[in-house]
Design a protein around this ligand. Sequence first.
Ligand SMILES: C[S@@+](CC[C@H](N)C(=O)[O-])C[C@H]1O[C@@H](n2cnc3c(N)ncnc32)[C@H](O)[C@@H]1O
Length: 265
Amino acid sequence: MSQAAGDWTGVDEGWGRKAVDFSTLSEPSNCREYVAVQHQLGVDAGDRLLDVACGAGLAIELARLRGAVCAGIDASSRLIAVARDRNPESDLRVGDMHDLPWADATFDVATSFRGIWGTTPDAAKEVYRVLTPGGRLGLSVWGHLKVSPGAWALAPFRLAATPKVDNQAAMVSLGRPGAGEQLLECAGFVDVRRLSVPFAWEFPDPETYARALASTGPAYEAIQNVGEIAFFDSAVEQARERVRSGLPLRAEINVVGYLARKPED
Ligand SMILES: C[S@@+](CC[C@H](N)C(=O)[O-])C[C@H]1O[C@@H](n2cnc3c(N)ncnc32)[C@H](O)[C@@H]1O
């Protein structure tokens, strides 16, 4: 879970404790989102690209396939270890997105896949700083979750204590109409455009779904509240109702993308 500025060092506790499960069972389903945003941004050979809150670095791997020279930052040292394994030539750092360790105007493109939230507005200003004039930005955030066909897949996060659930709601507020536009325009970006981003988690069975979900930061908040076994059992139970013969468990979730540009000097 993204946290307020100054409170990032504990992030690895939630996001990193099951880094192998996250990178192999959860993150691969996000590839639709990565490909769609990178395509919209026209990521191409020679682009210097920064992925903010890059997690285990699959988006960076895909950007490299398009020829980009990549850097990434994440607060979780154990996710960065996976990202480095996948992208040995890339400049991958453990750190805080509110204090990016790169000079002004270092990157042509910046992305962040559900890494910058309503609760982390200052990160957008930092991204603005490290982009070149004319640099392109692509963000994704959760959209309208309640109307998403796959909302059931996120429901176990609500097993967290009430203040944590309230914070999760504040985080996803960036998907509301006007919210992301306002945040990015306040940070100085222009040509802000909203788009719908394809996003679908797929799993072979309820147990794999529960294991994948348990590897995420918000799941850890729920697990701290109800325990590992209760979390797992609850996730499995509700996923069983979604099993379809001969097809994967599939959860399509509403994700909003924002494209924007730093003005030319
Ligand atoms: C929803 S995950 C998204 C990860 C990755 N972008 C993906 O698509 O899988 C949020 C990520 O933000 C990272 N994170 C949270 N707070 C951060 C901070 N202050 N600075 C950098 N990374 C942070 C977490 O470690 C986690 O990897």
